[in-house]
Write a protein of this length. Structure first.
Length: 282
């Protein structure tokens, strides 16, 4: 008899992670995980083969039946229909307008209704809700990285807020609260040599610039949260993304100013998989 599994995928522009979970009575048993690189600038056949090579490390057609196939996917993407809409995004151009849902349904013998795509910011929040057991609260998730991701959990579902492109100061929120926002601030102070925020953390002799950059981020976050997040009346905010790994530099000031419970992402990929599974069951 085959084991029924939930197959969860986390697909990014340069990677894919896959996990097989067994669900029973509202809890999940982790069976296996695999990761691999993806060249999202390659041909359609090449990309799908790269996905398949990782999926088959956690799924065996002779041993497993797939109850649900759940995919965290960056946008633009038609999540309901499973159609790729990434055009000019420097990733997955070869999948533009492809019915990815029907392909996966047929290729892995999963009913189309059990193949579900979830925005990556939403998937992040589902994972942290599971990790921190915040399902009884109203929670906003913010991911700070190359962009600004945002999602809201309002008691029964998670929805993408897309506040990275929300009006803010003299542009949009992502112009200020992102890697490029921090680097632009540093460039305004004559610092042009840093390629990313991690380099700022590791640079020697730049203590003053580091403090100034994270003070800038803390103030920008406070202003953004007051303008766009507090009107949603959240009980808490969860911060994720690579910049959130530097939370000791900016989050205490944000928490003090807003007097709102703030959590830092667990940065454990299994939580994202558990979150995908719980979102399907819910």
């Amino acid at each position: 008899m085959k084991t029924s599994i939930m197959l969860c995928l986390d697909i990014g522009g340069s990677h894919i992670a896959a996990a097989a979970l067994q669900a029973e009575n509202g809890s999940y048993t982790a069976l296996k995980e695999a990761k691999g690189d993806v060249d999202s600038g390659e041909s359609r056949a090449y990309i799908l083969a790269q996905w398949d090579s990782v999926i088959r490390q956690v799924w065996d057609a002779e041993q497993h039946s797939i109850e649900a196939l759940l995919i965290a996917m960056p946008g633009p993407f038609d999540y309901a229909q499973g159609i790729c809409l990434m055009d000019g995004m420097h990733k997955y151009q070869a999948l533009l307008h492809m019915d990815v849902k029907s392909y996966l349904s047929a290729h892995y013998a999963v009913p189309a209704a059990a193949v579900r795509f979830i925005n990556d910011a939403e998937a992040f929040l589902w994972g942290e809700l599971y990790h921190y057991q915040l399902q009884a609260q109203r929670v906003v998730g913010l991911t700070l990285g190359t962009g600004l991701g945002s999602a809201l959990y309002a008691g029964d579902d998670v929805k993408d807020l897309n506040y990275g492109s929300a009006p803010f100061r003299e542009g949009i929120a992502e112009d200020y609260i992102s890697t490029r926002g921090i680097l632009a601030f540093l460039q305004s102070r004559g610092i042009h040599s840093l390629p990313h925020v991690k380099a700022l953390l590791e640079a020697k002799g730049m203590e003053a610039e580091r403090s100034a950059a994270f003070d800038y981020l803390a103030v920008a976050l406070q202003d953004f949260i007051r303008q766009h997040i507090l009107p949603l009346k959240p009980d808490a905010i969860v911060f994720g993304g690579n910049i959130a790994k530097a939370h000791p530099w900016f989050l205490p000031a944000v928490k003090k100013a807003l007097q709102l419970p703030c959590y830092v992402a667990s940065f454990q990929e299994w939580n994202l998989f558990y979150g995908l599974a719980s979102s399907y069951k819910q």
